[in-house]
Design a protein around this ligand. Structure first.
Ligand code: ADP
Ligand code: MG
Length: 570
C-alpha cells in the first residue's frame, strides 16, 4: 500500500524530485534522471546505471563518488526510454566513454540498446553490460540470460570503483563482466507489492507459505514453500547459491562479498537475524565474508522479502568491492570530494515545424485517434494490469495509459502548431516510448516512428500509402523485439493485423472496412494466445503460469486497432 501519494501517475517523478532536493551535494536532475553534482576528472570512464523506479536505492541512490556518474530513472517498474538514456549519458560524460549497467529485462535491453546505438552513431564509445545474478530465473549454463536483482549492487560497485581508479573503458567493461559472472542471488517473498494508487497487490503469498525465487517487479517466485524458521531459510539460500560456487584455486580463495537485501518491507532486525545464520554457515563451509552489507539496496516497492547475494571474489574484485565510495545510499571509507561542480547543458526545446494545410488536417485526424487510444487504454487499464500480473509484472495497463496519454498530449501540441502528419507521428512515438517505458512502450513508440517515415508533412497520402506505412510500422515491432509468431507476445496479434491490411489493400472496400476486418483478425489471434506457453519477454520466467491467460500486449494491440475504424469511417 502506498500512503503518501499525490497523483499516482506522477509518483515516480514526485519521488525523484524529493530525492534530488534531499541530496543536492550528491546529485542534480537532468532530463531522464540524475547525474553527479560534482565534476569528475576529464577522461574518466562514466558509469551510468538505470532501470525502472520502485527499487530505491537502486539506481539513483548509487550516484556519487566511487560508484555511478548518472542514473536513468524510468517509471515504476518500467524501463526508461532511449531518449532518457541518451540524455543522461550525455550529461554524465567525462570524455572517457560510458558503461551502461542495468538489470537484464527485455524492456531495459531494448531501450538501453536503442539509446546506445544512437550515441555510437554520434561518435561516443558506449558499452553495455546487462546484469543477470538471479539464479531462480534460469539455469547455470544460461547465467547471462538470467534476470538482474540485488546483485546489481556488486556489478555497479565494482565498475564504479574501477572507473574511479582511472581504468580504461575496456578494463571497466571487462571487470563489470567478471563481477556479473561471479555474482549469484536468490530471494524469498512473504508478501506481494502494490503499485502506487492501486488497492490490490500484484500478487499475494498464501499465509503460512513463502515464495522462493522472487523477482523485483512483483514476480512471486518460482515455487511455494511452507513457512520456515529464519535459520532454515538462510540455510536454503546459502545451499542453493553455493551449489554454483566455483572451484577454489589461485583465483578464488573462498572469499565472498555478501549482501543480505531487504525488499522494502522487512525490518532491519529481521535482516540481521538472517545474516547471523548466513555468517555462521559461510564460516562452517570455510568461506570468508568480505565487506558484508545488510541493508535495503534493491527493493521492490513495499514487498516483504529478503534476498542473499554472494560474489565469489578474486583479489582484483575484492579491492574494488571494498574501495571507498560516498553516495546517498552507500558509503565506505573516506572519500575525497571534488569541489568543482559538474556543469550540465540544458537541452533546448526544438520548435515544432508547420506542415501544409492538407497534411495538418490529416494530422488532426491522427491526433483524434490517439485521443481515443488514451481513453481506451485508461478504460482497459485494470484488465490489462490483471492479465500482465499473471505471467508478467502487472504494469502493462499502467504502461499503456502512460504511453497513450503522453502520445496524445504530444499530438495535441503538434496540432496547435499546425504540424504535418509525419512530424506529429514522430513526436507522438517518442513521447509514447518515454511516457510508458517498458517493453511495449519501446515497441509502440518505435512503430509510430516507423509509420511517420512513410508519411510526409506536405501531401495527403493515398489509401495505399497509408496501408503501406501502417504495415511497415507493424513489421518494425517484429524487427525491434525479435519475437516470432507463437512466442506469446503482441506479435501474435500484430502480424495477422498487418497481413489482414495487406491482403485487402487492393480490394474495393473502404479503408474503414479493411481496417475493421484486420482488427477482428488481430482480436481473434490475441484471444488465442491464451493457449500458448510464454517464451519471450519477461513472462518467460513464469511460462507455466501463463497458460489460460492471453498475452496482455496482444490484447491491448487488438483493442486499440478495433477503435480505429469508426474514426476513419468518412
Ligand atoms: P514489460 O514487459 O517491460 O513490463 P509491458 O508490461 O508494458 O512491458 O508489456 C508487456 C508486453 O510486451 C507483452 O505482453 C508482450 O506483448 C510485449 N512484448 C514483450 N517482449 C516482446 C518482444 N520481444 N516482441 C514483441 N512484443 C513483446
Ligand atoms: Mg509488464
Amino acid at each position: 500500500m502506498t500512503y503518501l501519494v499525490n497523483n499516482p501517475e506522477e509518483f515516480a517523478a514526485d519521488s525523484l524530485r524529493g530525492f534530488v532536493a534531499a541530496f543536492p551535494e550528491y546529485v542534480q536532475p537532468v532530463h531522464g534522471g540524475v547525474v553527479r553534482a560534482s565534476a569528475s576528472p576529464h577522461g574518466e570512464v562514466s558509469v551510468v546505471v538505470g532501470g525502472g523506479s520502485g527499487h530505491y536505492p537502486a539506481f539513483a541512490g548509487w550516484v556519487g563518488s566511487g560508484i555511478a556518474h548518472g542514473s536513468v530513472c524510468g517509471n515504476i517498474f518500467a524501463s526508461p526510454s532511449a531518449s532518457q538514456v541518451t540524455s543522461v549519458v550525455r550529461a554524465a560524460d567525462n570524455g572517457g566513454g560510458t558503461l551502461l549497467l542495468f538489470g537484464n529485462y527485455a524492456g531495459d535491453v531494448l531501450h538501453f540498446g536503442n539509446g546506445a546505438q544512437q550515441l555510437r552513431a554520434e561518435g561516443m564509445d558506449v558499452r553495455i553490460v546487462p546484469i543477470s545474478d538471479d539464479i531462480a530465473s534460469n539455469t547455470p549454463d544460461k547465467h547471462d540470460d538470467r534476470r538482474g536483482i540485488a546483485g546489481d549492487l556488486f556489478v555497479v560497485k565494482v565498475a564504479g570503483a574501477a572507473a574511479a581508479a582511472g581504468k580504461s573503458l575496456d578494463e571497466v567493461e571487462a571487470l563489470a563482466r567478471k563481477a556479473n559472472a561471479r555474482t549469484r542471488t536468490l530471494g524469498v517473498a512473504f508478501t506481494g507489492c502494490t503499485l502506487p494508487g492501486a488497492s490490490e497487490p500484484l500478487f499475494t503469498v498464501e499465509s503460512g507459505t513463502f515464495g522462493l525465487g522472487l523477482g523485483i517487479h512483483g514476480e512471486q517466485g518460482i515455487s511455494s514453500h511452507e513457512m520456515a524458521s529464519a535459520r532454515d531459510i538462510a540455510t536454503m539460500l546459502v545451499d542453493k547459491i553455493l551449489a554454483e560456487e566455483p572451484a577454489r584455486d589461485e583465483n578464488y580463495a573462498g572469499r565472498v562479498g555478501v549482501l543480505v537485501n531487504g525488499l522494502g518491507a522487512t525490518k532491519y532486525e529481521e535482516l540481521f537475524v538472517l545474516y547471523g545464520t548466513v555468517a555462521q554457515l559461510l564460516e562452517e563451509r570455510g568461506l570468508t565474508p568480505v565487506g558484508p552489507i545488510v541493508d535495503e539496496q534493491v527493493t521492490s516497492l513495499d514487498m516483504a522479502g529478503v534476498s542473499l547475494t554472494l560474489c565469489f571474489l578474486d583479489e582484483e574484485l575484492e579491492e574494488l568491492w571494498l574501495a571507498g565510495c560516498d553516495t546517498p545510499a552507500l558509503r565506505r571509507g573516506v572519500v575525497e570530494h571534488s569541489q568543482q561542480k559538474r556543469v550540465v547543458r540544458a537541452e533546448e526545446d526544438e520548435e515544432i515545424p508547420a506542415g501544409s494545410a492538407d497534411s495538418a488536417a490529416f494530422a488532426e485526424k491522427i491526433a483524434e485517434i490517439l485521443d481515443v487510444f488514451e481513453r481506451s487504454a485508461r478504460e482497459a487499464e485494470p484488465m490489462l494490469g490483471k492479465i500482465d500480473a499473471i505471467a508478467g509484472d502487472g504494469d502493462h495497463g499502467q504502461g499503456m495509459t502512460l504511453g497513450t496519454t503522453a502520445a496524445a498530449k504530444a499530438a495535441r501540441e503538434c496540432v496547435a502548431a499546425s504540424a504535418g502528419a509525419r512530424t506529429l507521428l514522430a513526436r507522438a512515438g517518442a513521447a509514447w516510448s518515454e511516457g510508458a517505458g517498458g517493453t511495449s512502450g519501446a515497441l509502440w513508440g518505435g512503430a509510430l516512428g516507423r509509420i511517420a517515415v512513410g508519411l510526409s508533412d506536405q501531401e495527403t497520402p493515398s489509401r495505399e500509402e497509408i496501408i503501406a506505412a501502417v504495415v511497415a510500422g507493424a513489421r518494425a515491432i517484429q524487427e525491434m523485439g525479435g519475437a516470432q509468431i507463437g512466442d506469446k507476445t503482441m506479435i501474435d496479434a500484430v502480424i495477422p493485423f498487418a497481413q489482414g491490411l495487406e491482403e485487402r489493400a487492393n480490394s474495393s472496400a473502404s479503408l474503414a472496412d479493411i481496417w475493421r476486418a484486420a482488427a477482428q483478425e488481430a482480436t481473434d489471434a490475441a484471444e488465442a494466445t491464451a493457449e500458448i506457453l510464454a517464451r519471450k519477454g519477461r513472462a518467460r520466467t513464469h511460462g507455466e503460469a501463463s497458460i489460460g491467460t492471453p498475452d496482455p500486449g496482444a490484447i491491448s494491440f487488438a483493442l486499440l486497432m478495433s477503435a480505429v475504424p469508426d474514426l476513419i469511417a468518412e
